[in-house]
Design a protein around this ligand. Sequence first.
Ligand code: AMP
Ligand code: MG
Length: 367
Amino acid sequence: MKTKILKIDPIEPNKAAIGEAADIIKGGGLVVFPTESVYGIGADAFNAKACSDIFKVKGRPSDNPLIVTVASLDQAMEIGDIPGDYLDSIKRVWPCPLTFIVKNITDLPEEVTAGLDTVALRMPAHPVALELIRESGTPIAAPSANLSKKPTAVNAQQALRYFDGKVDCIIDSGPAFFGLESTIIDLRTFQLLRPGPFTIDELEKAFGKRPDPGDVARGSRQADVAIAPGTKYAHYAPDTKLFLYEGDVEDLSKSMRAIEIPQFAFIGSNESCQVMHMTGCQTMALGKRGRPYEIAKGLYDGLIALDSAKVGFGIIESFAEDGIGLAIMNRIRKASSNNTFRGLDGLLGMLQENGLYLDAHSVSRSE
Ligand code: AMP
Ligand code: MG
């Protein structure tokens, strides 16, 4: 299959180009498109064959349901039973990177809901996404544009690397605005299932209730029950082994300069990258330390770049867990499979466990 690339302005989408992409959706094809959170891979949510193609192309486990994107609250209400108490608040906040789990009241194909009696609904705040859904005349099932378990594409070039020849069309509208997947909240229990760009503070302000972040949302534990089935899988992980450092970067830089260690890369804030650069490692700078939205936007770029760096392993630093930081750390914990260390000894131990470092002399020197 030849994948068509359509360049569309993110703010003033060209009608003819949107029409072309919408025709592909209507015809049962797959279109990768931008949203304000990340790029999504979309199909007509009522076309079972097209939705099952999404699973095939992504290599997604069949028990992991898809988010259904809509262009209006009315369209959402035709699909899901949205509790009346929440309608005013939703009217105020939508469109935004916030997905609701509600009871499904339509005959959506099982491919979308994975057989659950619920459905995940979202109205994306991106002109291209909204126009595409409107023009297609159908809700669009759209999980994140990544191969299952891999870091999500936040621009069209990254999506092309995953899906060239596997989807009908990729819309290129430049980078996604936030760079992290939407926040997911179960509206029946007001439980946070996945932290995202719509923060807990914003949820409290909009709904007058504050969800408990919980372990699953923080990413430190995998869900053992299928609340948001996606959260039980390892996720967002580069192929290169990644370790999460919780500690002072100056200390780490100093101690790593004192020993010989295989080629590695460091992912972190611009400031921390400067400090770690002195060890001779490659660095992937995500953004300024005091600007968490910059860090969020750079995170998947950094994870994807790690695999191109051709190094033995990667180290990523940790960030404050407030605001969008909760979502950043959720993705980092999953990307590093919770392989966390606090000092050089911890790192060397983990490298040895993973067969990445076998120099017993250097290890004993560090002890
Ligand atoms: P993705 O769009 O690929 O980032 O993943 C969508 C996320 O939404 C996954 O974690 C799914 O498990 C979750 N999800 C989708 N539909 C439902 C649903 N009906 N109930 C609970 N979680 C859902
Ligand atoms: Mg995903």
